[in-house]
Each structure stands twice: as structure tokens, then as C-alpha cells.
Write a protein that binds this ligand. Structure first.
Ligand SMILES: Nc1ncnc2c1ncn2[C@@H]1O[C@H](COP(=O)(O)OP(=O)(O)OP(=O)(O)O)[C@@H](O)[C@H]1O
Length: 253
């Protein structure tokens, strides 16, 4: 692991715009210069941390703590409202698995497009498509339109693409929960293997997996970093807060 940062978050804040009425969004577009037609809901507040090159950092936190939102910002899926971030290198975003797939296209066609979006050239896609199919391991379904797939099958194709994207940084959000036991083990093996060379930032509710895999764990609570440090300590603190039913630290919105 190098001391050079692979991921850097400085003062990240995120507010979603909540509209009370359906037509308020249109009013905002037309008259937004003069009046605000939405309420802001802040879900991340001044999040600061860095992840070194080759480091493995896990993120824990209760439902709604802001974990997914933070990963979505780092993957460029949503913009922060405040603050700056940098991710150095090619990202494999293993989150919202399959949300970008076209249901009318086959698994193979979607895999080709997905791999290209992650930065592989046509030649690289040609060379890897059979490995992607083998990793996904969904048999003849790979040639069927994806609208006929189960959630688990969609996750298999999405994970298989990310696993063949030559990524430097793996950003994973609870991806393992949708697959069956065999596929979960395969993904875990892949993540373990990747962790020898690449940077990993991973959200999971599987605390044992994070404790075994990670160099550090970040505990996010109500959109703020409550603790970051050695996995055993942070996970023990997090577990005891959960067990004691300790209320989450409330942030003003
Ligand atoms: N598009 C959106 N518009 C408004 N609020 C949103 C939006 N997306 C997320 N939120 C809110 O932001 C907060 C954080 O959500 P997020 O999904 O990041 O939490 P999480 O920590 O990943 O939770 P979980 O463990 O349940 O997956 C929640 O209160 C959620 O309702």
C-alpha cells in the first residue's frame, strides 16, 4: 500500500431537493431564479477522508446513513452539493448493479456496452467477452434479452463486467447480497484477489467480511464520519452502538 491517495474527499456535502407537489419541479425550472420551490434534505455533511493507493477501506453505518450516496458521488453518478473529491485511476463501480442495462438487449450485448463504458477498447472487449460470460455463469441466458433475467442474474452479469475492467479502484455497494451463495463466494474471492493490487472502498453490512478484508473501516452516521480507523475497534464500537440501541447522532438538515 502506498501513501499516495487514490481517493480523496474534502468537505463533501449532499442535499437532495424535495418537492412537495408534482408541478413544483416545473415551477423551479421556470421561476427558480426568483423563488425556491423545494426543500433541501442534507444527507451528507462535511465528509473528509482519504484512501491510499492499494488500501482497503470498508464503510459501515445504519440504513439511511448516506453510504450509497457517498459511493454514488465518488463514481460520478450524482454530484456533491458541497466539497471536492478525486479518484485516481479507472473505477469499477459495483453498485446499483445492472441499473444501466437495456432490457431489450441480450446479456452479451449489454456486457459489451458495459465493458466499453468502463473504458475497454473494442479489441479488449472481444478478447474478454467469453471470460465475462464464464464469470457470470448464467448459461444460455447470456444470449437472451435481459428483461427475462432475475435480479441475481443481472447482478452476475454486472459483477462479471466489473471484474474484467482492469480497474484500479473497486467501489462496491452491498453487491454481494443479491447473488446466491455460490456467486457470493466467487465475488468474495475476486475481491480478495483484487485487494492484493488495487484500491477498494466497500459498503457492507457483513461486518465479519469487512473486518477480515479491510485495512481501515469508516463508520458513517447521519451523513457524518463518526469514526475511522482499525477495523476491529470501529466494528466493535459500531456493534455495541447497534446492540445498545443507541440513537444515531442527529444532524441538523
Ligand atoms: N434521490 C433521493 N432523493 C431524496 N432523498 C434521497 C435520495 N436518495 C437517497 N435519499 C435519502 O438519503 C439518505 C441516505 O440514503 P443512502 O441510500 O445513501 O443511505 P445508505 O446508508 O446507503 O442506506 P442503506 O444501508 O439502507 O442502503 C436516506 O435518508 C435516503 O432516503
Amino acid at each position: 500500500m502506498s501513501s499516495e491517495p487514490s481517493i480523496r474527499c474534502a468537505g463533501i456535502g449532499k442535499a437532495f431537493q424535495l418537492y412537495a407537489h408534482q408541478n413544483d419541479q416545473l415551477k423551479q425550472v421556470l421561476f427558480g431564479l426568483w423563488k425556491k420551490f423545494y426543500r433541501e434534505k442534507w444527507v451528507l455533511h462535511d465528509v473528509n477522508f482519504t484512501v491510499g493507493k492499494g488500501e482497503r477501506v470498508g464503510i459501515v453505518g445504519r440504513n439511511g446513513a448516506g453510504k450509497t450516496t457517498l459511493l454514488q458521488i465518488l463514481c460520478g453518478i450524482t454530484m456533491p452539493t458541497k466539497g471536492v473529491f478525486e479518484v485516481d485511476g479507472r473505477i469499477a463501480p459495483i453498485l446499483a448493479l445492472g441499473s444501466g442495462f437495456d432490457g431489450l438487449l441480450t446479456g452479451r450485448e449489454n456486457a459489451r456496452i458495459g465493458a466499453a463504458i468502463l473504458g475497454l477498447s473494442r479489441k479488449e472487449v472481444d478478447a474478454r467477452i467469453e471470460d465475462i460470460a464464464a464469470f457470470a455463469d448464467i448459461g444460455p441466458f447470456f444470449e437472451q434479452p435481459m428483461r427475462t433475467y432475475s435480479m441475481g442474474m443481472i447482478a452476475r452479469v454486472a459483477f462479471a463486467i466489473c471484474a474484467h475492467a482492469d480497474a484500479d479502484v473497486l467501489i462496491v455497494d452491498e453487491a454481494l447480497s443479491v447473488g446466491d451463495e455460490i456467486f457470493q463466494r466467487k465475488c468474495e474471492r475476486y475481491i480478495q484477489e483484487f485487494s492484493r493490487t488495487g484500491t477498494i472502498l466497500m459498503v457492507s453490512h457483513d461486518l465479519n467480511f469487512l473486518e477480515n478484508l479491510c485495512d481501515r473501516v469508516l463508520w458513517l452516521e447521519n451523513g457524518v464520519v463518526r469514526e475511522i480507523g482499525a477495523p476491529a475497534k470501529i466494528i466493535a464500537d459500531y456493534r455495541s452502538a447497534m446492540m445498545s440501541g443507541q440513537p444515531a447522532v442527529v444532524q441538523a438538515s
